[in-house]
Write a protein that binds this ligand. Structure first.
Ligand code: ADP
Ligand code: MG
Length: 318
């Protein structure tokens, strides 16, 4: 017999999870009761993943569970917030226990890694869709925002860009090895939210954003919110060996700038804070590179040794 709604929630979503002291009441009433610390402000974000739009219908449920939470943690990371509480609104076409078991394993891998608590949600029947809400804390006045970049600040990105974009196009590259394909799929399906980097940047970065729609579009949001421009040196954009080995520079830049789904952070730092940046990120295992500078001249200006013109600037749903 298929599980009813409440047994399903208990079996797959509320057993065996971290219990946080700041959760006065979690799942089981009409709303959760939560105790934020008095000296911090709450950062809240939500993101939806829809089958057929954000992932294919036959995608590995572990990856769907992992990614639906990872993309929300990435948004909190971009604000410099420490994630704490999660809500999950799940729309399922049917009760498929093997599917739910894998989904839940992917979801709870991150819940446990970051000591989060799932404090509520909603479970409905319909076309597969997952909405996660993530809440976190950031001390007063310390949140990283998009509107703080100043002329002369350096522009940085974490990790490497374009891998997730190449994963989506891997069929066009028969020369990719099995290991390289696995590595690219990992980048697409299990993005690492840069939570520790975001927190370390609180007193250092003048602005930050996570790269979900491609560097051009997302850096573009920093530029318009901050009312500035930027000059980016394409030769400095960090590319993984998979991109450098198999793609022309122009194709690699095209992916890095417009493909999205990398979930790295793009941030700006005033020149006087660069030493602090080196000190703060030295302890973390995440690489980062300076790729350009904020300018008074508006717009995004791309410089490179090799001629290049950007074809489109990033994913938009409408
Ligand atoms: P209500 O009808 O009052 O909105 P529900 O019947 O939808 O409440 O949910 C009962 C309880 O289970 C609530 O505490 C809700 O937050 C929680 N819940 C529902 N679905 C999920 C889910 N997928 N994950 C975690 N908690 C859930
Ligand atoms: Mg409900």
């Amino acid at each position: 017999m298929a599980l009813d709604e409440f047994s399903l929630i208990e079996k797959f979503f509320t057993q065996h999870q971290p219990i946080r002291k700041d959760v006065l009441f979690g799942v089981g009433d009409d709303a959760a009761l939560l105790q934020p610390p008095t000296d911090q402000i709450l950062a809240i974000t939500t993101d939806t993943l829809v089958a057929g739009v954000h992932f294919s219908h036959d995608a590995d449920p572990y990856d769907i569970g992992y990614k639906s939470l990872a993309v929300n943690l990435s948004d909190l990371a971009a604000m410099g917030a420490m994630p704490t509480w999660i809500l999950l609104a799940l729309t399922l076409p049917e009760v498929n226990e093997p599917w739910l078991k894998k989904f839940s394993a992917g979801f709870f891998a991150l819940i446990k890694q970051y000591n989060l608590q799932l404090v509520g949600g909603d479970t409905t029947r319909g076309p597969l869709s997952i909405t996660v809400q993530a809440l976190g804390f950031v001390p007063h006045g310390k949140a990283l925002r998009r509107d703080g970049a100043k002329v002369g600040d350096r522009v940085y990105v974490t990790g490497t860009l374009g891998d997730a974009g190449l994963a989506l196009q891997e069929k066009n590259y028969p020369e990719l090895t099995t290991d390289e394909r696995a590595c690219l799929q990992q980048r697409l399906n299990r993005p690492v939210p840069r939570v520790e980097v975001g927190i370390a940047l609180r007193d250092i970065a003048s602005s930050a954003i996570d790269i979900s729609d491609g560097l051009a579009a997302d850096l573009g949001h920093i530029l318009s919110a901050s009312n500035v421009g930027a000059e980016i040196c394409l030769d400095k954009i960090p590319l993984s060996p998979n991109l450098s080995k198999h793609l022309s520079l122009q194709d690699a830049w095209q992916l890095a700038l417009s493909a999205g789904d990398d979930y790295e952070l793009c941030f700006t730092v005033a020149p006087e804070n660069e030493n602090k940046l080196t000190q703060a990120l030295k302890k973390l295992s995440c690489s980062y590179h300076c790729i350009g500078i904020i300018t008074a001249k508006k717009g995004l200006h791309l410089n490179s040794q090799t001629p290049f013109s950007l074809q489109n600037t990033g994913f938009q749903h409408f």
